[in-house]
Design a protein around this ligand. Structure first.
Ligand SMILES: NC(=O)c1ccc[n+]([C@@H]2O[C@H](COP(=O)([O-])OP(=O)(O)OC[C@H]3O[C@@H](n4cnc5c(N)ncnc54)[C@H](OP(=O)(O)O)[C@@H]3O)[C@@H](O)[C@H]2O)c1
Length: 284
């Protein structure tokens, strides 16, 4: 039995949808804090259950009879999320789970300018200390992270974000889901950390050039001042901890923290990951 957290989320749904196409649903227990959100998957034959990082009882019962747990990282401030992921690992220790798969993030080093790097470093450490088998997927930036900026660029001709000099790799969530499914059902029982990258490290100008080509119209780049960026995020109603994290992510991009390109994703997928063109095409 493979238990998956966060299936109501954008990545979790894509993982479940891909599993539904290639595997028997009987070997999977899909979870959310609110399992009613997963009725669609229950109708397809998947088991569903409540799993809340803040409720040990829910985790203990969701893990009954499980051999593998996919932890999709949650969405809370650092201290909360570190505590939540460690609580999940405490439940794992009481269960028969033998293997963890975890959605980490690129460059979880102590020197990173991205505040959430501390969460992923702590969780990776706790997983390694558990003594269990694991597959850690250090995911690159979701291409969908810049969908709002691309929408604006499509409408106005101006691609504006705070990080313009750094290079980074992006991957569409569908490919990250495919890599996660691959790790769940194909990877051997060992202790592996995959650093997953897109095929090209791009500056904002590179993305604007590609957008100009795909959309057949000129797209210029402008550097959004950080205070304007933060005001914009406040306007979207984002909590302060997330605004600080996104500010840090742009500093990290400008410091080339996400510029590594390697062949891991190609090797695991058996093909090149989708290029940035795939998200640009969604605006045509
Ligand atoms: N690589 C990147 O660029 C990038 C960007 C953004 C986020 N991320 C990370 O990737 C994760 C998945 O991305 P996504 O797009 O699927 O995010 P999402 O749509 O916001 O989904 C987050 C998931 O976390 C679950 N969750 C939140 N708090 C929980 C708790 N206390 N206990 C159990 N589950 C909890 C939610 O489940 P319920 O509400 O149903 O319980 C939801 O399914 C995010 O949570 C975040 O850690 C990565």
């Amino acid at each position: 039995m493979i238990v998956i957290t966060g299936v109501s989320g954008d990545l979790g749904k894509r993982i479940a949808d891909q599993l539904a196409k290639i595997a028997s649903p009987t070997g999977f227990r899909l979870t959310s804090r609110t399992p009613a959100k997963l009725a669609h998957y229950q109708a397809l034959g998947f088991e569903t259950a409540a799993f809340n990082f803040d409720d040990a009882n829910s985790m203990d019962s969701a893990l009954a009879g499980a051999e593998t747990l996919l932890i999709i990282s949650g969405d809370a401030p650092n201290d909360v999320r570190i505590r939540q992921h460690r609580a999940a690992l405490e439940s794992v220790k009481k269960s028969g789970v033998k293997r963890i798969v975890y959605t980490s993030f690129a460059n979880p080093s102590a020197e990173s300018l991205f505040p959430f790097a501390d969460i992923h470093r702590d969780t990776e450490t706790a997983i390694a200390e558990s003594g269990l088998n694991y597959t850690i997927l250090r995911n690159p930036m979701y291409a969908e992270n810049i969908a709002g900026a691309l929408q604006h660029a499509f409408e106005t001709g101006e691609l504006s974000l705070p990080s313009v000099q750094g290079r980074g790799t992006y991957m569409l969530k569908d490919d990250i889901a495919a890599l996660t499914v691959n790790a769940l059902i194909k990877a051997p029982g060992d202790k592996t950390t995959h650093v997953l990258t897109g095929s090209k490290a791009l500056t904002l100008s590179d993305i604007a050039d590609e957008a100009s080509r795909v959309w057949a119209k000129p797209i210029r780049v402008s550097k959004m001042p950080m205070d304007v960026f933060k005001q914009m995020l406040e306007g979207f109603g984002l909590p302060e901890y997330l605004i600080q994290a996104l500010e840090g992510m742009h500093h990290a991009i400008d410091a080339d923290e996400y510029a590594e390109v390697n062949g891991e994703a190609v090797k695991l997928l058996g093909r090149e990951p989708l290029a940035i063109e795939a998200i640009l095409n969604q605006f045509n």
